[in-house]
Design a protein around this ligand. Structure first.
Ligand SMILES: *[C@@H]1O[C@H](CO)[C@@H](O)[C@H](O)[C@H]1NC(C)=O
Ligand SMILES: *[C@@H]1O[C@H](CO)[C@@H](O)[C@H](O)[C@H]1NC(C)=O
Ligand SMILES: *[C@@H]1O[C@H](CO)[C@@H](O)[C@H](O)[C@H]1NC(C)=O
Ligand SMILES: *[C@@H]1O[C@H](CO)[C@@H](O)[C@H](O)[C@H]1NC(C)=O
Ligand SMILES: *[C@@H]1O[C@H](CO)[C@@H](O)[C@H](O)[C@H]1NC(C)=O
Ligand SMILES: *[C@@H]1O[C@H](CO)[C@@H](O)[C@H](O)[C@H]1NC(C)=O
Ligand SMILES: *[C@@H]1O[C@H](CO)[C@@H](O)[C@H](O)[C@H]1NC(C)=O
Ligand SMILES: *[C@@H]1O[C@H](CO)[C@@H](O)[C@H](O)[C@H]1NC(C)=O
Ligand SMILES: *[C@@H]1O[C@H](CO)[C@@H](O)[C@H](O)[C@H]1NC(C)=O
Ligand SMILES: *[C@@H]1O[C@H](CO)[C@@H](O)[C@H](O)[C@H]1NC(C)=O
Ligand SMILES: *[C@@H]1O[C@H](CO)[C@@H](O)[C@H](O)[C@H]1NC(C)=O
Ligand SMILES: *[C@@H]1O[C@H](CO)[C@@H](O)[C@H](O)[C@H]1NC(C)=O
Ligand SMILES: [Cu+2]
Length: 568
């Protein structure tokens, strides 16, 4: 899992039009080979065969510089279809390689190959890639490290070394079976049995195989940890015993440094952390524990790795374990999250839309769908668990929406995703049966190229209130405000931070609260937007934003690649 570059780097001279001028630009092209296959793994709680890339869990790291391009040749040797998504990579004008199953492509079938063209632009820091078909992402994922471009440096002192740390979730059973079983009955999916750091549950954990991930450090030196949450269904607290650390980047963008003893990270997010080995040489636990603010069941185990100093010393009888917030400690989660602000410097400027031209309001709910035969695994035994955005529970089509849009195929999706929920009620109070039972459909929201978009997400008390980590493909955007209770169009905007809001791709909509994001619709394409809690995404907490072509070729979707997987 080191950051060794496994790619073949070819220099490449590209030409782009910038404000009417032909500009010569140099970027590197990298080639990777991903083989999707079954691999056997041993853990105390389960020895099992699971899907991986190139036999590794977590999978290989993609290493590029800002603005580079990667071609990833994916060969599917599994027994069912898969797709891969490059989480947080904007892919300008290139939704064809974005990956979500039946949104931008149909799955790569067993035995088939598809080459993704991953186009980097202004991202810098850490992102990640993962499967975006059924629940395969539990085992098929890895980091994307984006170094500064030539002649530029980090906005902080260069660390002596860097290391990727991936938080994951380990299920004893086969994840596809768990998802298929839950879908068949409408019940809550089986919980995971452990969390992992770089593939190992660690100690103390009855799922470990005795091994823990170990990070070796030299006293007095500073290290950059690139932390990714590939966890499926829980937000996590993370810390290192006796070591405060400094968060310097988040979701592939630099932030104002935050020195802290713990962080809260949601599924889908990344954080770049500087840690200085400034304690007496010894071993210290690095640990992650869940944060749960809802009534939903969750995996309550902890995962750990070891920070191990070099040198000759005697280990203490008990290795220090970090003190992390209580699993229900919403204040602790918020206290960290509200500190995140864009760096917003001359070298790393931001561009927050001020004059909004498109406004969308989206209520985010967990729901139920009554069963025809009145016997299902959801609440009351007569319903299926579901979820919705503006009361529409998303139904995945069997032909990808991108192709349908591009080729004007009818009957695949509707362009009528509503601009607000069907009724206004006290969303965060006593909701009664309001919008408990959603409608079902495949609805997208079309947006004109260049619009200054604001979306207000309103968390609701419908079904089961909790924090939802929402993710939008094709963009990073500014999280300009969050609050508890109902969004108030008169008073809430006065709390917005338009000076240095965090630029993110995934953010938590607070439990029974709201969150507002802003962005310019400058990336034409078909872009999935969904909760990054996997069970909510599976239940329909998804929609699609389609940004139309601008008026020029430079502002229009690229032509499709020739080897796109076929739908059937
Ligand atoms: C997995 O294999 C290891 C090593 O052979 C063994 O110690 C462990 O008990 C096995 N676990 C299960 C659940 O079978
Ligand atoms: C899925 O359901 C089947 C039938 O009830 C059961 O045998 C199997 O163990 C379940 N699989 C998992 C991974 O939970
Ligand atoms: C970490 O920071 C906290 C609060 O800022 C402080 O109380 C504590 O002493 C620091 N710990 C170390 C090991 O620096
Ligand atoms: C480590 O320290 C012990 C006690 O001081 C000494 O006996 C031993 O030789 C040292 N080992 C190394 C590898 O330096
Ligand atoms: C977390 O806090 C709650 C409420 O204060 C308490 O009931 C619970 O025991 C705590 N849990 C742990 C693991 O400390
Ligand atoms: C959160 O911050 C507030 C205000 O700074 C403080 O009073 C509170 O103790 C903090 N809570 C936790 C759990 O850190
Ligand atoms: C905001 O945008 C609208 C539509 O493009 C435009 O008519 C208006 O002049 C703009 N207002 C400001 C203050 O820039
Ligand atoms: C995606 O479409 C394929 C047919 O092209 C279908 O077999 C598959 O079930 C669909 N996936 C989902 C999640 O609906
Ligand atoms: C909505 O419900 C909450 C929680 O019960 C309550 O505190 C609040 O006053 C209600 N708001 C309105 C506008 O009724
Ligand atoms: C909500 O709907 C359920 C099922 O239709 C019904 O049993 C229950 O009485 C309703 N509750 C309220 C408060 O209307
Ligand atoms: C929204 O805020 C305004 C200004 O503070 C206030 O007058 C109004 O009552 C609020 N609306 C609701 C529904 O709470
Ligand atoms: C968008 O522009 C591209 C390139 O000019 C063109 O091929 C395509 O038909 C246009 N329309 C849509 C819906 O993509
Ligand atoms: Cu959710």
């Amino acid at each position: 899992m080191g950051l060794k570059n496994m790619s073949l780097i070819l220099g490449f001279l590209g030409f782009v039009f910038l404000q009417g001028l032909l500009v010569c630009t140099a970027y590197n092209v990298h080639h990777y080979s991903f083989i999707v296959k079954n691999t056997f793994f041993e853990r105390l709680c389960s020895n099992k065969t699971m899907l991986t890339i190139n036999d590794s869990f977590p999978g290989p790291t993609i290493l590029v510089h800002k603005g580079d391009r990667a071609y990833v040749n994916v060969h599917n040797e599994a027994s069912y279809g898969v797709t891969i998504h490059w989480h947080g990579v904007k892919q300008p004008k290139n939704p064809w390689s974005d990956g979500p199953e039946n949104i931008t492509q149909c799955p790569i079938k067993p035995g088939k190959i598809f080459t993704y063209e991953v186009i980097f632009s202004d991202e810098e820091g850490t992102l990640w890639w993962h499967a975006h078909s059924d629940w395969t992402r539990a085992t098929v994922h890895g980091a994307i490290v984006i170094l500064p471009e030539a002649k530029t440096t980090y906005p902080f002192p260069k660390p002596v070394a860097e290391q990727v740390l991936i938080l994951g979730e380990w299920f004893k059973g086969d994840v596809k079976e768990i998802k298929d079983n839950a879908t068949a009955t409408g019940s809550d999916p089986t919980l995971s049995d452990a969390y992992t750091i770089n593939g190992q549950p660690g100690f103390p954990n009855n799922c470990s195989n005795g091994a823990s991930y170990k990070l070796t450090v030299e006293h007095g030196k500073t290290y950059l940890l690139r932390l990714v949450s590939a966890v499926m269904n829980e937000e996590m607290f993370f810390g290192i015993a006796k070591h405060n650390f400094t968060v310097v980047a988040h979701d592939g963008a630099y932030i104002k440094p935050i020195t802290t003893s713990y962080i809260m990270i949601t599924p889908g997010q990344t954080m770049d952390i500087l840690v200085t080995a400034n304690q007496s040489p010894s071993h210290y636990y690095i640990a992650a524990t869940p944060f749960s603010d809802s009534n939903a069941a969750f995996d309550s185990t902890n995962t750990s790795a070891i920070l191990q100093y070099t040198g000759n010393y005697t280990l203490p009888s008990s290795i220090p374990y970090p003190t992390l917030p209580n699993v229900t400690d919403q204040n602790a989660a918020d206290n960290f999250t509200i500190r995140i602000r864009s760096l917003a410097s001359a070298e790393h400027p931001i561009n927050v839309p001020k004059n909004i031209t498109t406004r969308i309001f989206i209520a985010v709910s967990v729901n139920q769908i009554l069963c025809a035969n009145a016997s299902c695994g959801g609440p009351g035994g007569n319903s299926r668990l579901a979820a919705s955005l503006n009361n529409v529970s998303f139904v995945t089509p069997s032909i990808d929406i991108l192709q349908a849009y591009y080729r004007s195929l009818t009957g695949v999706f509707g362009s009528d995703f509503p601009n607000q929920p069907p009724s206004v009620f006290n969303f965060t109070g006593d909701v009664g049966n309001n919008t408990l039972y959603p409608t079902q459909g495949t609805k997208a929201r079309l947006i004109n190229y260049g619009e200054a978009v604001e979306i207000v997400f309103q968390g609701t008390n419908v079904g089961n209130a909790e924090n939802h980590p929402l993710h939008l493909h094709g963009f990073s955007f500014y999280l300009v405000g969050t609050g508890y209770g109902n969004f108030n169009a008169t008073s809430s905007p006065s709390t917005y931070n338009l000076n240095d809001p965090p630029e993110v791709n995934t953010f938590g909509v607070p439990k029974n609260g709201w969150a507002t994001i802003r962005f310019f619709a400058n990336n034409p394409g078909v872009w999935f937007m969904h909760c990054h809690l996997e069970r909510h995404a599976s239940w329909g907490m998804d929609t699609v934003l389609i940004v139309k072509n601008g008026t020029t070729v430079e502002t229009s979707i690229l032509p499709p690649p020739t080897n796109l997987p076929t739908c059937s």
